[in-house]
Write a protein that binds this ligand. Structure first.
Ligand code: ADP
Length: 526
């Protein structure tokens, strides 16, 4: 009834204060807590650090019975259970590192109704034995942490999450609540579908990070660009993300050579070395950590003043998460992404050697990331829109686009027409590299042998240089006027590309930011 649910919500506030010592819920937390108390299935999307755990931990203490939390990582599970136990909450976990005696003891405590929150990995929960056991226990609800793992449209698909759809069927009286930090609309719909959620309430938090300034710049001598940027932040903490371990080693060594206090971090180092490098960064014995994506899980250092990406991440989810490690204290921080045409190809090679079932989804994520890099739309807006939020401000004043740092081409339609007509003259059978050569009038053997120096578009952009023309092709691809198809990545016009060729439609092109032009470009530039 209404009065009892009001009471429960009041209880939730009391619990928040008495157990955690917090005065109030954050706006979305309160709504999320209400759904759990009412037993309405829900999907909660909150950025990292947004406070997802309390959304299920608080109601677990308010509701009768035991809550089951599904979490993929044993180490994170243990941290959570330790923290809860320290706060006096009856929480437990069962995992493979425990002895049979320990497991039995936990089972006994559950039977006696002494446990309010039980943490399990999905593969353990779904064993026949555990399911049988839990059917005999009054379960209040299931909380699924890292719920994007259930979707193979997400960036971290885990097959064992798929089995979780049986929960709704096997525990008809328990509600199911999914939590994730990263989910596009597509992934969100898929999570609800895969978990068989019943009329779920979808709550999406605020993904905007107004204190971060974003810049996406072209690779124009990456090492110099990184050094130049770090020099702007003497003595401040920063993270440099690289795609491969080898790049981490090289970049870290090069920076150390110029006197930067820096250490590397990647999965190829020993556990001890990783641990000690991470500690050195947290305790500010070094300023900079150069890392692969392996760095950052569960790291809570609030005064990171900048994050540099020395290459494109493989998804916007990754970018949001990694760049989001800057400025957690709410003070101004800078995020710079250095990208080049080779990045997509490098990732594609890596993905081709990975799980083929995920290949299409992974390529789609990669292409969205490339479109963001090559786009000329406000970065704050582009990021939150990707996560399904609207962005209100006309000018964020905190990205290269809104700060007017991009060197925008004045007549982009005419320039696009030159490029697109060259693609048509090449019968849409050649890739970007060859097209660039033709447009810039290269004397390359392949161009001459094919007789492409005879084409009317040969040398049409010879004053602009190959790098610039390459960028424009990438920009036309990311704005969906060109696509690159097939084994040879042949360029083809899309329907909107054909319109553009007729002088219709919209396009926006920018010039390559060389280091010197970028460093003249405005107050916070580099
Ligand atoms: P997430 O799982 O979404 O990344 P956490 O649940 O780990 O985030 O919460 C992030 C931090 O915010 C934690 O230190 C947590 O104690 C704190 N926090 C969460 N909710 C509140 C609140 N209502 N008031 C104050 N601090 C909070």
């Amino acid at each position: 009834s209404d009065s009892s649910s009001t009471e429960s919500l009041e209880r939730a506030h009391q619990v928040l204060e008495s157990v955690w010592g917090y005065d109030s819920f954050r706006p979305l937390q309160e709504e999320a807590v209400r759904d759990v108390i009412h037993g309405r299935d829900s999907l909660v999307v909150l950025p990292t650090g947004g406070g997802k755990s309390l959304c299920y931990q608080v109601p677990a203490l308010v509701r009768d019975g035991m809550a089951v939390v599904v979490s993929p990582l044993i180490s994170l599970m243990k941290d959570q259970v330790d923290a809860l136990t320290n706060n006096g909450v009856a929480a437990a976990l069962v995992n493979s590192t425990q002895t049979n005696d320990q497991k039995r003891e936990t089972a006994d405590r559950i039977r006696r109704g002494e446990i309010k929150i039980l943490y399990l990995a999905p593969e353990r929960l779904l064993t026949a034995k555990t399911m049988d056991f839990l059917r005999g226990v009054p379960i209040s609800f299931f909380a699924i942490d890292e719920a994007h793992c259930v979707s193979n449209w997400g960036h971290d698909f885990r097959p064992e999450y798929r089995g979780l759809r049986v929960l709704k069927e096997q525990f008809p009286n328990a509600s199911v609540h999914a939590f994730t930090a990263t989910a596009s609309q597509l992934v969100r719909d898929d999570i609800a579908e895969q978990l068989n959620l019943e009329n779920p309430h979808v709550l999406v938090g605020n993904f905007d990070r107004p204190n971060l300034t974003y810049r996406m710049v072209r690779n124009a001598g990456k090492m110099n660009q990184i050094q130049h940027f770090i020099q702007k932040h003497p003595g401040e903490s920063g993270v440099v993300y690289c795609i491969t371990r080898k790049e981490v080693e090289q970049t870290s060594a090069a920076l150390a050579g110029t006197g930067v206090r820096v250490l590397p971090y990647h999965a190829g180092l020993s556990d001890e070395e990783r641990q000690s490098n991470q500690e050195a960064f947290i305790q500010e014995k070094v300023d900079v950590i150069v890392a692969t994506v392996a760095f950052g899980m569960g790291i809570d250092k609030s005064n990171v003043r900048y994050v540099i990406h020395a290459g494109m991440p493989k998804s916007i989810e990754h970018y949001q998460q990694e760049s989001g490690r800057a400025g957690r204290d709410g003070l101004a921080a800078e995020c710079v992404l250095i990208h080049g045409p080779g990045d997509v190809m490098s990732w594609k090679r890596i993905l081709e050697n990975g799980d083929r079932n995920n290949f299409d989804a992974a390529m789609q994520s990669l292409n969205s990331m490339a479109a963001l890099c090559n786009g000329v739309h406000c970065r704050h807006a582009a990021l939150v829109e990707y996560f399904g939020q609207e962005y209100d401000a006309d000018n964020c004043n905190a990205c290269d686009v809104c700060l007017g740092e991009l060197d925008v081409v004045e007549d982009p339609i005419t320039l696009s027409q030159k490029i697109l007509s060259c693609v048509v003259r090449l019968k849409e059978r050649y890739g970007a590299g060859h097209t660039v050569k033709v447009l810039t009038g290269s004397r390359d053997q392949k161009v001459l042998q094919a007789g492409h120096d005879e084409l009317s578009t040969y040398g049409l952009l010879s004053n602009d240089g190959a790098a610039a023309v390459r960028t424009w092709i990438d920009q036309l691809i990311s704005q969906n006027h060109l696509v690159s198809v097939g084994e040879y990545h042949s360029l083809r016009l899309t329907p909107s590309g054909r319109e553009l060729l007729r002088g219709e439609g919209q396009v926006s092109l920018t010039r390559v930011a060389t280091r010197s032009s970028a460093s003249n470009a405005g107050r916070d530039s580099w």
